[in-house]
Design a protein around this ligand. Structure first.
Ligand code: TXA
Ligand code: MG
Length: 329
């Protein structure tokens, strides 16, 4: 294999096409986060994603397609409401869980009979998909459980040694993963909070049922799965000033929504949106977490954001980022 070099960060889709056609992995920009992409129809290529991310094979991948027109090639028995969602939200940060067609490899869907599928909105990745004879599977381009990447340099920090091509699409516009919606007996179900607030989806589908058996959701009360997580111990609170009083003498970094908090132990402070805008806060969240995690802190204190609309997604990610690391029994 060719050794990756400093030119691996590129906007040249021809280089990406060449690697993907030979069952290699390429990092791709999307409007949500960067993805680690492979030929969805090549089991060999797909397995490389699981190996590089150290992701359990039980955790299925999202299939990325160039347009709604080819949805029929991936899924069958597509409910009318799914078509309606696709029409309104694609290209964009919505993933649909649908009945899979037989030719979708089992390794993609982790043996399930559903497949996750979406049409991403980033122009570079759309051009890439339009020029490939196969769809791409793409989980977020981070090691399993760690902070998702929203810039090419985040991907390079994680996988710079292993990847030949990182397609540079600039900063991800939305900054949070796609919202995942599935169907149970025709009823819409929210599998993952994401870039499209649940309320927006409900305007199209009617009330969404929340699912609790997905591996991104808590398995049971108190068993929060750790995800989107910095290496630095992180706590989440509504009362930052109060928490700081109890953390005397530590080197602290703050992740705040809107207003600064002064304290002698604070050595790094990130404000997600000085104007209190949740969309801006969403697009800044992961980059702020990456900076905090790189600042050699003893602890990150994160502030809960207003729990409406996109704020629900941000709080959900912050809860997982601050979940306690599992310890060996
Ligand atoms: O915004 C996004 O969706 C990004 C970009 C790169 O497109 N991708 C992404 O992929 O977030 P990933 O692998 O990090 O998260 C996909 C989630 C996982 O929690 C997985 O369990 C769930 O989708 N998923 C995929 N297929 C599924 C299925 N058939 N049934 C239930 N959950 C599924
Ligand atoms: Mg992910």
């Amino acid at each position: 294999m060719r050794q990756p070099d400093s030119n691996m960060i590129t906007t040249d889709i021809d280089r990406a096409i060449a690697v993907l056609q030979q069952d290699g992995l390429v990092a791709i920009p999307t409007e949500t986060v960067y993805g680690l992409a492979a030929n969805a129809y090549s089991e060999v290529a797909v397995r490389k994603i699981f190996a590089l991310k150290q992701r359990p094979l039980s955790n299925p991948l999202i299939v990325h397609i160039p347009s709604t027109e080819v949805l029929d090639e991936i899924a069958l028995h597509i409910p009318d409401v799914a078509w309606k969602l696709a029409e309104k939200c694609w290209p964009g940060p919505l993933t649909l869980l649908l009945e899979k067609r037989a030719h979708i490899p089992e390794v993609v869907t982790a043996g399930k009979d559903t497949v996750a599928v979406r049409v991403p909105a980033h122009p570079l990745t759309r051009a890439l998909l339009e020029n490939l004879p196969f769809p791409l599977v793409a989980p977020s381009a981070n090691p399993f459980g760690s902070i998702s990447p929203t810039r090419a340099e985040h991907v390079s920090k994680y996988f710079g040694k292993e990847l030949e091509v990182i397609l540079d699409g600039g900063e991800c516009r939305k900054g949070l993963e796609s919202t995942i919606v599935g169907f149970e007996h025709g009823q819409p179900v929210l599998y993952r909070r994401g870039s499209i607030p649940a309320e927006e989806i409900e305007k199209i589908t009617g009330p969404l049922k929340a699912v609790t058996n997905n591996d991104e959701a808590p398995l049971a009360p108190g068993m929060q799965s750790r995800h989107y997580a910095p290496d630095t111990p992180t706590i989440l609170t509504d009362d930052v000033a109060g928490k700081l009083g109890a953390l005397e003498g530590k080197k602290i970094g703050l992740l705040l929504f809107q207003n600064p908090v002064e304290h002698k132990d604070v050595v790094h402070c990130e404000i997600l949106s000085a104007s209190g805008n949740l969309e801006e806060a969403a697009s800044n969240l992961y980059a702020a977490l990456h900076r905090l995690d790189g600042a050699a802190l003893d602890m990150i204190v994160a502030e809960r954001v207003p729990d409406t609309g996109l704020g629900k997604t941000i709080n959900d990610k912050l809860e997982r980022a601050s979940a306690v690391k599992p310890t060996m029994p």
